[in-house]
Design a binder for this molecule. Structure first.
Ligand code: NAD
Length: 457
């Protein structure tokens, strides 16, 4: 098939390269000239394990090409046009759909040009003949990979696509940064929502060979599945964090509690890791967008509001703990290990460390922070006084306290004996991810504290 993907970010690039691997002829489009230039050299402009090889393979095979919108001939879009542009949060929490609207309007405009040329000078922008399901046939199908609030697909269809003769399919994406390539080829499920059964089948067939269950449904339901999944996972995280905070108060160990709870198959052990809460480009904005949508529909989604409030507090736990242990943070050197919102990515969007560090600085701490991949992305978002380095040991030099904010392997397996030598008294360790062994850390001379597993000793 000939496929176009709009938006060459984490999702779009994986989709484009994954579809090229499956034998399709794929055109990846982005509005950012610097990104397009790098992709053309078969380079990926961000860190995602395994994606470099996949892009190199696609480019070498000739099946994966890249372009700016202005370079695309109108007839070049092909059978399916995936939209994978950003849907960030507005200040209100609502999803900002301006990139999505621009992308969909552009597709409609391109298709109109094709039809005008095909029909000759007297052609007008009329509808394509209706197919058996009453929807247009013959035009490309817009496949929405971006996460958009329930109701968006129908609105986009009415506003831009119906008159242009283009069908619309919601095909939300569930890949996770850090394992995006694996997730693309091994989905748990494929969700396809459309008011056009023929377009839905066309998209479902594309993923058939992955062997995952396919949920074929209407557009709004598909959109709600994506929000429901992310909101539920965020709820699980905030729930275990609430339990962790209780564990700290009653002297229980949340790690054991999570194990004991998670062995119940109705609950399951995943996403029961207590810590500094969720971050990243999806959970915070998608939960906020669902909360906003609830307000628009005059429904007080109380549970979701609590999930958001718990998460906002959770990321500041190290600040509270260090203040309590040290009295004041003025002049205290604090090392923060981890800037990315989770390991194996350079994505710092909504990363807990980025909320925490400015507050530590405000309280007078001298902050040194390390991350193996995310330093350059974090730099413009942090106070200039923060010393940034890829090396944990360099960040720990002379520090009285360290906060583990992201459980990169490099940090968990650090030479903590050497770290103890480089650090200064009182060698506080706030393990924001419960990733270190408390007994070992204390044996090495650290004063350890995790989340829901005991206080500094
Ligand atoms: P991203 O910000 O990394 O990439 C978006 C890209 O779209 C950028 O490169 C931008 O330049 C480009 N773009 C903007 N407007 C465009 C246009 N009109 N035409 C062509 N390109 C355009 O975003 P992302 O993280 O890949 O997320 C994309 C969507 O997928 C979002 O809705 C997100 O919620 C959803 N999603 C993301 C993940 C994830 O883990 N990142 C997972 C599932 C779903």
């Amino acid at each position: 098939m000939r496929i176009t993907v709009l938006g060459m970010g984490y999702v779009g690039a994986v989709a484009a390269a994954g579809l090229a691997r499956d034998g399709h002829q794929v055109l990846g489009i982005d509005v950012d000239p610097a990104k397009v230039e790098r992709y053309r050299r078969a380079e990926v402009p961000f860190y995602e394990p395994g994606l470099d090889e996949l892009v190199r393979e696609g480019v070498a095979s000739g099946r994966l090409q890249f372009a700016l919108p202005a370079e695309v001939e109108p007839g070049r879009l092909g059978d399916l046009v995936f939209v994978a542009v950003g849907t960030p949060s507005r200040a209100s929490g609502a999803a900002d759909l301006s990139q999505v609207e621009a992308a969909v309007a552009w597709v409609a405009e391109q298709h109109r040009k094709v039809k005008a040329v095909a029909a000759g000078p007297s052609a007008s922008a009329g509808r394509d003949p209706a197919g058996s399901d009453g929807l247009p046939e013959g035009g490309p199908v817009v496949v929405m990979k971006s996460t958009v609030p329930p109701g968006t697909g129908r609105r986009l269809r009415h506003r831009y696509l119906e008159t242009a003769g283009i069908a619309y399919v919601s095909n939300p994406e569930f890949l996770r940064e850090g394992s995006a390539v694996h997730d693309w080829f091994h989905p748990d499920r494929v969700v396809v929502g459309s008011d056009s059964p023929s377009a839905a089948q066309q998209v479902a067939r594309l993923f058939q060979h992955y062997g995952a269950p396919v949920v074929v449904t209407d557009t709004a339901t598909a959109e709600m599945i994506k929000y429901g999944a992310n909101a539920f996972l965020a709820t699980k995280i905030s729930f275990i964090n609430e339990l962790a905070n209780m564990c700290d108060r009653v002297g229980a160990d949340v790690e054991e509690v999570a194990r004991g709870i998670g062995l119940d198959p109705r609950i399951g052990s995943q996403f029961l890791r207590a810590g500094l809460g969720y971050g990243g480009s999806c959970f915070p904005k998608d939960v906020a967008a669902l909360d906003h949508l609830a307000r628009v529909y005059d429904y007080p989604f109380e549970l979701l509001r609590a999930v958001i409030a718990v998460n906002a507090r959770q990321r500041l736990l190290p600040l509270y703990a260090l203040r309590e242990a040290l009295g004041s943070l003025a002049g205290v050197r604090v090392a923060v290990l981890g800037l990315a919102f989770k390991p194996k990515t350079d994505d710092v969007r909504e990363a807990p460390a980025l909320d925490l560090i400015p507050l530590l600085v405000e309280e007078g701490a001298e902050v040194r922070a390390a991350d193996p991949q995310a330093v350059e992305r974090a730099r413009p978002l942090l106070p200039a006084s923060v010393h940034l380095t890829p090396s944990a040991l360099e960040a720990l030099e002379g520090a009285q306290a360290v906060v583990l904010a992201t459980e990169w392997d490099e940090f968990v397996r650090l030479d903590w004996e050497e770290a103890a030598r480089r650090m200064a008294e009182p060698r506080l360790v706030f393990d924001g991810r419960n990733a270190l062994d408390p007994e070992r850390m204390m044996a090495l001379g650290f004063r350890y504290r995790g989340v829901g597993r005991g206080r500094f000793t």
